[in-house]
Design a protein around this ligand. Structure first.
Ligand code: ADP
Ligand code: MG
Length: 348
């Protein structure tokens, strides 16, 4: 079979790990990113820097690849759609458009009879008075949020109306769930009813940023099965191809809710690199490039810690790790507070 060249949009750590997985499978990678310092340029075969609406740069990119995927969801729909006219984009651009908009995403999930937090769209200040039912809550921008960016905890309608916010830009208010735990399911869909699905991963956030992940998740059988069933239903309904992550809340009464969907590989799945025979990244490459599907096998229980900001320094200086510890440095040039700089996975 002739060699495949895969285009990847986005050059952060997820792009790096996709490129590393691709190399193992003899798939060449060309990464396109709007950041000239993007860390993934260290791992791909070719790197092109350009903004996501630069038609010339995008066409240079398209000319060099057989098909295109992406490592983050906030890519303009028009860009993905234009690319898709010339080279296949997977997951489909329409899926990205649906999921990158919190309101459309939650409407879609509810139509499948899957529970989400209660939510309401706010377009005007005058609507604020009728929102008591959704408080205490979290106000979120409908698009472009990540790692808690664009989110405001709200306790009262006075607090909401005192915010200096232009609601016409698109906001959603979500009722706060009294959290017992958060979990995620990572699933790779190859084609109709063909999946590889990882067991639920238990996640701990600090300041709305993922800090720790571990398997096995300490959850009951009902939640174990329901979370997997819901992830499969979502992936099947979307006719998804590639790796997808579903983030869940579990409340204090053991009710399960879908928080959000990520149409891509996910931070909580970094431990799959060391804990399974095939990682979420390799499975993504296998699915989008129509390579062989390999039955998933767990090698070990595991925990992962994200290294944020200057927490990376200690690990960069550390000379020796235990045999069961795996340190990943994302090679980001600049250390910024709360920025994801690396992670350590420990097999248990
Ligand atoms: P992001 O796109 O930044 O990941 P999320 O909606 O997943 O945004 O929110 C990040 C984190 O904030 C969640 O994982 C959870 O810990 C907390 N959070 C967000 N929304 C709610 C909510 N409605 N109730 C309780 N906690 C929430
Ligand atoms: Mg999230």
């Amino acid at each position: 079979m002739s060699e495949i060249t895969l285009g990847i949009i986005g050059g952060g750590q997820l792009g790096s790990m996709l490129a590393i997985a691709a190399k193992k499978l003899n798939v060449k990678t060309v990464i396109f990113c709007d950041d000239t310092d993007a860390p993934a340029q260290n791992f791909c075969n070719k790197f092109i820097a350009g903004s996501y609406d630069d038609k010339e740069k995008i066409s240079e990119f398209i000319n060099q690849v057989d098909l295109v995927t992406y490592e983050f969801e906030n890519i303009p729909f028009d860009t993905l759609n234009e690319i898709n006219k010339l080279k296949t984009v997977l997951p489909k651009p329409s899926i990205n458009r649906l999921i990158q908009h919190r309101l459309a995403e939650k409407d879609f999930i509810n139509k499948l009879n899957i529970r989400t937090t209660r939510y309401v769209s706010i377009e005007k200040k005058s609507e604020i008075d009728a929102l008591e039912d959704f408080l205490p809550g979290i106000l979120k921008t409908t698009t472009l949020g990540y790692d808690g960016k664009g989110q405001f905890p709200i306790n009262s309608s006075e607090e909401l109306s005192s915010l200096n916010i232009d609601f016409s830009k698109g906001y959603i208010l979500e009722k706060l769930v009294k959290l017992k735990k958060e979990i995620s399911i990572i699933i790779t869909r190859f084609s109709n009813n063909k999946y590889e699905i990882y067991e639920p991963i238990e996640n701990t956030h600090e300041d709305q940023i993922l800090k720790y992940s571990k398997i096995p998740a300490e959850i009951n059988d009902k939640i174990f099965n329901q979370s997997k069933d819901w992830a499969m239903l979502i992936a099947e309904e979307l006719k998804y191809v590639g790796t997808l992550c579903v983030e869940f809340f579990i409340d204090r009464n053991d009710n399960l809710y879908v928080n959000e969907i990520a149409p891509r590989v996910h931070n909580s799945g970094h431990l799959t690199i060391n804990a399974f025979n095939v990682s979420q990244f390799e499975n993504h490459i296998r699915a989008v490039c129509s390579l062989e599907q390999i039955p998933l096998k767990k090698i070990s229980n595991a925990k992962m810690i994200n290294l944020l900001g200057d927490q990376i320094t200690h690990f960069r200086n550390k000379q020796k790790f235990n045999d069961n510890e795996f340190f990943f440095d994302y090679l980001k040039k600049e250390i910024k507070e709360k920025r994801k700089m690396g992670h350590v996975t420990t097999l248990l």
